[in-house]
Design a protein around this ligand. Structure first.
Ligand SMILES: [Ca+2]
Ligand SMILES: [Ca+2]
Length: 148
């Protein structure tokens, strides 16, 4: 019985670790995807004080295939992609470019694609979506050099 309890506890802990929150994933489904871009756009459209249900409803209007529920609202301190600590259309363009080019693409190629999507882009691809929140690798710069 005690062994079963320890096994159960271990299962819960490992399950929790395997299910860490991810940058750019706002519905906890399939990692960062077009659903999450729609949720980010909804958040930008609804403003800082929007509730999860308001963001969810707007995301469905933007992209009616968005898988809900929204589990967290995009945050400039967590989900910023160009490193300017605000969320705006530059982050949307970089997010779309990252999805289009694939996670292994280099930052310069992602920026070039983002400029095709949004010619006003001036920001750099700085912190990719898809990293676990709280991971030390979230400080990776565009060159891949990790600051001290
Ligand atoms: Ca997602
Ligand atoms: Ca930004």
């Amino acid at each position: 019985m005690r062994l079963a309890f320890i096994f159960f506890l271990g299962f819960i802990l490992i399950g929790g670790l395997a299910h860490a929150a991810v940058r750019g994933d706002f519905n906890d489904v399939n990692g960062p995807s077009l659903d999450d871009v729609a949720i980010l756009l909804a958040r930008l459209d609804m403003g800082n004080s929007a509730t999860i249900s308001q963001v969810q409803a707007r995301a469905l209007e933007i992209y009616n295939s968005t898988q809900t529920p929204v589990t967290r609202i995009p945050s400039p301190t967590i989900d910023d992609i160009n490193g300017n600590e605000i969320l705006d259309l530059e982050d949307v363009a970089l997010f779309l470019a990252w999805l289009d080019m694939g996670p292994s693409a280099v930052g310069q190629n992602i920026e070039a694609r983002a400029k095709e999507i949004y010619p006003s882009l001036i920001g750099k691809f700085s912190i990719p979506p898809g990293l676990e929140i709280g991971s030390s690798s979230t400080t990776l710069g565009i060159t891949g050099v990790q600051p001290d």
